[in-house]
Design a protein. Structure first.
Length: 213
């Protein structure tokens, strides 16, 4: 079996994209607005987990610049290396959230921006529930996805072959509330990445809170 075939599909795609991904999405106003809503509610010096941390920008950098302690995890070795170089104030690890143990209530907040799309629906449901348990009671979760009713859909993303599974906006929001989270803010938008082979895509941003138990 080729080395590429043994790695997570997302790792293969994002190892290839590298900084091109950052350049394509750096101008996302909705992403930065989502981070802004999170920052308004975070206590100083909060511990935040960034799932699918990519190049570290804008999420980890925005959070560390605001004084928060960030752990970023990603399945792409290239992305982890880039993030560690670009955002030295955060910690980054090569890890798959599906296989990474997370202690109960170990973070004040979790971010997962577009990092679930190459997982099955069952895996996405399990990961959201896992993240809900990982934040402390009253803690926050910022999520973003592409709200489409698709399962194992093959396509091309920025010139790379990709297989995507997602939910409608209503179904994804339902998945989040079923995990015991209360949705505080919801924004649907259409964003076109700054890349010649990227087209407009619908995006859904949610900010949710774990109950105080």
């Amino acid at each position: 079996m080729a080395e590429e075939d043994r790695r997570a599909p997302a790792a293969v795609v994002f190892d290839t994209l590298g900084l091109d991904y950052e350049r394509a999405f750096a101008g996302s106003g909705p992403h930065r607005a989502s981070l802004g809503r999170l920052l308004e509610l975070l206590a100083p010096g909060s511990r935040v987990l960034d799932v699918g941390s990519g190049t570290g920008r804008p999420t980890a950098q925005t959070l560390t610049d605001a004084g928060h302690r960030v752990l970023g995890i990603d399945v792409s070795p290239v992305m982890v290396e880039l993030a560690a170089r670009q955002v030295p104030g955060a910690e980054f690890r090569l890890a798959d959230i599906r296989e990474t143990p997370l202690a109960e209530a170990s973070f004040d907040a979790v971010c997962a921006y577009f990092s679930l799309l190459q997982m099955s629906r069952a895996e996405q449901q399990a990961v959201v529930a896992k993240l809900a348990r990982a934040v402390r009671p009253g803690g926050l979760i910022a999520l973003a996805t592409v709200p489409l009713d698709v399962e194992e859909a093959e396509g091309t993303f920025m010139g790379q072959p990709i297989r995507v599974t997602s939910f409608t906006a209503e179904a994804f929001t339902g998945l989040v509330t079923a995990a015991g989270l209360t949705v505080l803010a919801e924004e649907e938008t259409l964003f076109t990445p700054a890349h010649p082979e990227a087209g407009p895509e619908p995006q859904l941003f949610l900010l949710a809170r774990r109950g105080a138990d």
